[in-house]
Design a protein around this ligand. Structure first.
Ligand SMILES: NC(=O)c1ccc[n+]([C@@H]2O[C@H](COP(=O)([O-])OP(=O)(O)OC[C@H]3O[C@@H](n4cnc5c(N)ncnc54)[C@H](OP(=O)(O)O)[C@@H]3O)[C@@H](O)[C@H]2O)c1
Length: 366
């Protein structure tokens, strides 16, 4: 039986609380009765204040800590540092720059050196009980096979600087002497009950292409190329599930040092996702199976890659997405399944909420 330590929690210091995942995580933590101090860049403070004003009156208003991962010493003022040193018991490091085509230098500054600075800050917190680090399944790079939650360095290479930076920042957390938990979400999609999301990313590029195509008269009855056979798992996970899971797991008493894959334990393959999306978007023509993987492999070969990048840039879709559809990796989620087993939190099957994601995309993002 998992021992809860929730009531021994003091103040939770959160980075990235204004972002897609972080803002929902903050809501979930507040809903559970936590007190929050949210680190925020000066240019985002007004937005955060407006968000705080809209919180239900029963929620404790979070304290705002002005800070920037790229500033020396995080740019946090001495008063706030002294206050936090005695009050913060839990840290949630969510902030990171997330862009598949970001440069090596940018990803190192923000994600690796940024994590180093947050770890430094955390090591000065007198009553720190837990350092929660939001990592990503991207740490597995080009590894193929079964990737365990305890695995990190398997000699993998990385398809882009972002995934390398997530690997390096996770390594810093593991090498620290802090009581940590690490969460590795899959590719995060909108809320499974409302579809809500604020950006087009990952699978949303498929929605975008098909939505644009659907405007061509008659095309929905035309034959459509589809992957020939069931291919690699497509590791999508809804945002509401991951924030509930993180809020719950961070409050357990006996799980220090554990890493969690926050993934769908029974993921659809890319082919299944694509076929279901075609159905949902009204493409009724015949399906023409083709070796799509072979084509993607060709497009990611070093000689062809510069051209693939140019085409991707021209149509507004990062070419760096392609390798992810090619890696055959299973994210073993034993820790996640075991430690969530006493809760009511589980990842819903994508088939159930895909129509909701597409509906939201059509209404708000297309
Ligand atoms: N989205 C996914 O599919 C996914 C999947 C796996 C893991 N993750 C991880 O989840 C975390 C959150 O991702 P997200 O999708 O929520 O990203 P996001 O929406 O882009 O949010 C990024 C957050 O980081 C903050 N930030 C950016 N630059 C900063 C700086 N210099 N100093 C301090 N804060 C800064 C942003 O603040 P502003 O509001 O001021 O810009 C924002 O709060 C990241 O660690 C990411 O690697 C994401």
């Amino acid at each position: 039986m998992n021992k809860k330590r929730k009531n021994s929690q003091g103040l939770v210091f959160v980075t990235g609380g204004t972002g897609f995942i972080g803002s929902r995580l903050c809501l979930e933590l507040l809903r559970g009765g936590s007190s929050l101090a949210i680190m925020c860049r000066s240019q985002s403070i007004d937005r955060l204040k407006r968000w705080i004003e809209l919180l239900p009156p029963s929620f404790e208003k979070p304290k705002i800590i002005k800070g920037d991962l790229q500033a020396k010493g995080l740019g946090i003022c001495q008063d706030d540092l002294s206050f936090m040193a005695h009050e913060v018991t839990d840290v949630f490091h969510v902030a990171a720059k997330y862009h598949l085509s970001m440069s090596e230098e940018d990803s190192r500054h923000m994600n690796v050196e940024g994590t180093e600075k947050i770890l430094d800050l955390a090591s000065g917190l007198k009553y720190l009980q837990r350092f929660n680090h939001v990592s990503s399944i991207a740490v597995s790079g080009d590894f193929q096979g079964v990737f365990l939650e305890s695995d990190l360095d398997k000699g993998q290479d990385f398809p882009h600087p972002y995934s390398r930076s997530k690997f390096l920042s996770e390594k810093l957390v593991r090498d620290s002497s802090l009581p940590y938990n690490i969460y590795r979400p899959g590719a995060v999609v909108g809320d499974s009950s409302s579809g809500e999301i604020n950006k087009v990313d990952g699978p949303y590029y498929v929605f975008k292409i098909l939505h644009s195509l659907s405007k061509i008269p008659g095309i929905q009855k035309m034959p459509m190329l589809v992957p020939r056979s069931n291919d690699e798992a497509f590791h999508l996970v809804p945002v509401d599930f991951i924030v509930k899971a993180m809020a719950y797991l961070s409050g357990l008493g006996n799980n220090v040092g554990k890493t969690y894959h926050l993934v769908d334990p029974d993921p659809m393959s890319f082919r299944e996702f694509y076929l279901a999306t075609l159905d949902e978007m009204g493409f009724t023509g015949p399906r023409v199976p083709r070796p799509v993987k072979r084509l993607l492999r060709l497009l990611t070969k070093p000689k062809v890659w510069p051209l693939s990048k140019k085409v991707g840039d021209a149509i507004g879709i990062p070419a760096e997405l392609m390798p992810h559809v090619l890696y055959s990796v299973t994210y073993n989620a034993t820790n996640m399944l075991k430690d969530l087993s006493e809760s009511e939190i589980s990842c819903p099957p994508l088939r159930d909420y895909l129509p909701i994601l597409i509906e939201y995309f059509r209404a708000s993002l297309a």
